[in-house]
Design a protein around this ligand. Structure first.
Ligand code: HEM
Length: 119
């Protein structure tokens, strides 16, 4: 049996770094940064990290809201969704994540599109 995606991304340590980098890149991305203007950065990073860990086969410590509940009423468009995916790819390059793992992360993120856009 092969290792879980969680393990192949470097476990809790690797994913904590990756999620933090993704969020920092969002804050620097003019397409979406305004969305996070009022965010508590530490709290969002913690929730995104725990969501990512749970979603890749690690321990489930996520206590945040589900994706529909989180993004409902934000009216996020498809361009913003792609911007988030672009930032995730940038962060994975920055952390030297191999292509196979990048593809798996991208697929997992893309599959959540109906729970994020136009709600
Ligand atoms: C697959 C793509 C996405 C995933 C997996 C995702 C995941 C998350 C998670 C786990 C949270 C934290 C929920 C909580 O604290 O209870 C969150 C919050 C948030 N997301 Fe997303 N998200 C995605 C796409 C987007 C997009 C495209 C936007 C718009 C640019 C966006 C904007 C936000 C905002 C504004 C918050 C609230 C931050 C705050 O509480 O201050 N998300 N997201």
């Amino acid at each position: 049996m092969s290792d879980s995606l969680y393990e192949r991304l470097g476990g809790t340590e690797g994913i904590t770094k990756l999620a933090s980098d993704i969020f920092d890149i969002h804050l620097d991305n003019p397409r979406i940064a305004p969305r996070y203007a009022d965010s508590d950065v530490a709290k969002v990073k913690k929730n995104v990290t725990e969501f990512f860990i749970a979603g890749t086969g690690g321990p489930n410590l996520y206590e945040g809201k589900d994706m529909i509940e989180t993004h409902k009423g934000m009216n996020i468009d498809a361009g913003e969704f792609i911007a988030v995916l672009d930032d995730a790819l940038k962060a994975m390059d920055l952390n030297s994540i191999p292509q196979r793992e990048q593809e798996e992360v991208l697929f997992v993120l893309y599959s959540m599109k109906p729970d994020v856009v136009y709600l």
